[in-house]
Design a protein around this ligand. Structure first.
Ligand code: ATP
Ligand code: LTN
Length: 330
């Protein structure tokens, strides 16, 4: 894979619970690869996480869990700026300013909003509706070129591009127009219990593999994963459930698709599932060991986040100042 270099990268994940294989293969794995030859900002988007009902006692824990996961997965605070969104006030301030340039019709079309709104009508709120504008602010504050995310986020990146273009047209060139950066093959990992839905932490426990799942839980979940009835094991000829399992296998193995098919084609679903569980467990083990270590030292984690926020604040407040000047607010 040809990795970009010399670019500014920004992405974020909500601290709303355990991270899963979809988050890792769709996003974090690319974040780690991109931190070497680029300027990278990785954010824990706590102000996004409070747009749905949440537990205020658990949120601070989830923020530290997420920070420890970022670092355990390989983010290096000497290479990447790792920080918490609410520690950098420019995010919400820019979101307000960008909101004045965002047509309601565009926000009403957002799939994530429609899905979450449907789930919790009584609890729906302005924050949930304005969520993509805050995401645009996250990205534009750092003048990001690339936003490494899973496929479900492309609509939000398109909206960010539209907002940035509208701002540039109206007030003069100010923002870099960002692009989504999707991984090959793993931009949409599907649920283990329903191959038509994306793997999601708000779904049934057995439908996703959490990065912190014990080996036994991983074996059990993969064993009970839905498969088609035909025994064929092929990247092109199998149904979506088996293709999803193969794709996860491919992401963790060094082998080509033909080599994987040859290795797994005899033995049916049982062999595929056993081999898949083995390779996931093997790859998650070092991450889990580092996670346990990092998570046990909250003082050290908070120090990393404070240093990250200080760096992020410097960049973000400069952009915000420029934007206010352009809008006649300075
Ligand atoms: P939820 O499942 O509760 O909706 P989530 O698991 O999608 O939340 P987010 O914080 O919304 O978690 O997503 C974090 C990142 O992980 C985003 O870049 C998103 O695109 C990516 N991602 C989430 N789920 C998947 C998936 N199943 N496959 C690939 N990428 C994913
Ligand atoms: N909306 C994203 C999380 C998110 C994000 C961002 C991703 C918030 N701000 C900025 C990339 C860039 C999600 O739900 N996965």
């Amino acid at each position: 894979m040809n990795l970009p270099s010399g670019q500014t990268i920004l992405s974020g994940i909500q601290p709303s619970g355990v991270l899963h294989l979809g988050n890792y293969l769709g996003a974090i794995k690319q974040w780690v690869a991109l931190q070497d030859n680029n300027t990278a900002y990785y954010c824990i988007v706590d102000e996004h996480a409070i747009t749905v009902p949440y537990d205020k006692e658990k949120l601070p824990e989830y923020i530290l869990d997420t920070a420890a996961t970022y670092l355990a997965a390989g983010l290096d605070p000497t290479k990447s700026t790792v920080f918490v969104q609410s520690h950098v006030p420019a995010h919400t301030e820019l979101a307000w300013l960008l909101g004045t340039l965002t047509p309601l019709g565009e926000l009403k079309r957002m799939t994530q909003f429609k899905e979450k709104e449907n789930k919790q009508q009584a609890e729906s709120n302005l924050g949930l509706f304005a969520y993509p504008v805050l995401q645009a602010a996250d990205i534009l504050l750092y003048q990001a070129d690339l936003v490494p995310v899973g496929e479900d986020q492309t609509q939000h990146i398109e909206l960010t591009r539209d907002i940035a273009k509208r701002f540039n047209n109206k007030f003069g060139e100010s923002f870099t127009i960002p692009k989504a950066y999707l991984p090959e093959g793993t931009s949409r990992i599907m649920s283990l219990s329903d191959p038509t839905a994306k793997m999601s932490k708000s779904d049934l426990d057995k439908s996703y593999i959490a990065l912190t799942d014990e080996p036994d839980a991983i074996r059990q979940k993969i064993k009970s994963a839905v498969t088609e009835t035909e025994p064929v094991i092929s990247f092109t000829k199998s149904g979506p459930a088996v293709q999803n399992l193969l794709q996860i296998y491919e992401a963790f193995s060094q082998l080509s698709r033909p080599a994987i098919e040859e290795k797994l084609s005899t033995g049916g679903h049982q062999k595929l599932k056993e081999s898949l569980a083995d390779i996931i467990i093997e790859h998650l083990q070092p991450l889990q060991e580092k996670y346990a270590d990092l998570r046990s030292d909250e003082t050290a984690l908070k120090k990393v986040l404070a240093a990250g926020a200080a760096k992020a604040n410097e960049v973000a407040s400069k952009t915000l100042h420029l934007v206010k000047e352009k809008m006649g607010l300075a």
